[in-house]
Design a protein around this ligand. Sequence first.
Ligand code: ZN
Length: 300
Amino acid sequence: MLRIGIDLGGSKIELIALDDAGRVSLRRRRPTPQGDYRGTLEAIGELLAAAESELGERGRVGIGMPGAESTLDGRIKNANSTCLIGEALREDLQLLLQREIRLANDANCFALSEAIDGAGRDAEVVFGVILGTGVGGGIVVRQQVLNGANRIAGEWGHNPLPLPGEESLPPPRCYCGRFGCIETWLSGPALCADHLRHGGEAMTAEMICAGAHAGDPACEATLARYERRLAKSLAQVINILDPQVIVLGGGLSNVERLYEKVPALWAAHVFSDVIGTRLLRNVHGDSSGVRGAAWLWNER
Ligand SMILES: [Zn+2]
């Protein structure tokens, strides 16, 4: 079976084709037409037509996108590429591409890719976490995405930070309208805002992590607060889902010390004498989303 994955991102649309063994046989990308829904559909159609003509074969198409389909009418909700919101993306694409497609949230695609042949390849249950501009999550059970009754399974970023304590009060307002969401503490911009809040200078997340590595006390304190919050937040996931593997993606997944510090801290919050859950860095990096989209066709 030829599997084709398309990752519909805010700035680029990426396509890959996977052969039967899961090897990438073709990869293409182009910029996303900004704020233009029809243009976005056309760009996807052109990318796919070019890929299939080059490969001389018709594929099964999976699409990853930022958002979810409403269970009311199938229209897109929760998308940060706002031109998708309210559109019947699945229906429009099926008509345009003349075939059944599979569609999933990009965090779910990330988790699926890592569960199939990445960091979680041997795990029954994988929780995939994106720590980037926002905070997303996805759950994969026995190499299948768990969608859930409301298609929000794994969306832990808009739960409130547990046990905030003095260092995490008052709770900041989140774009979703709630206060103190995990995303307002654990995204890249949240790390920078927290550094400022505690008297630090205006710096990028990368600079703060480099500063901590070099022994700067203010940067070290900021990163330590981040680790405590991440540990408490993931402990709640462990208590409910009890995954074998939690895999991190997004820009902050590159911070090497998280994989040692956070599991040492989460023990205090997990309701178990021993904790077998492993916190791992992703294997496929930026390609995880588009690979996972292709793996939405996962019948063997
Ligand atoms: Zn929120």
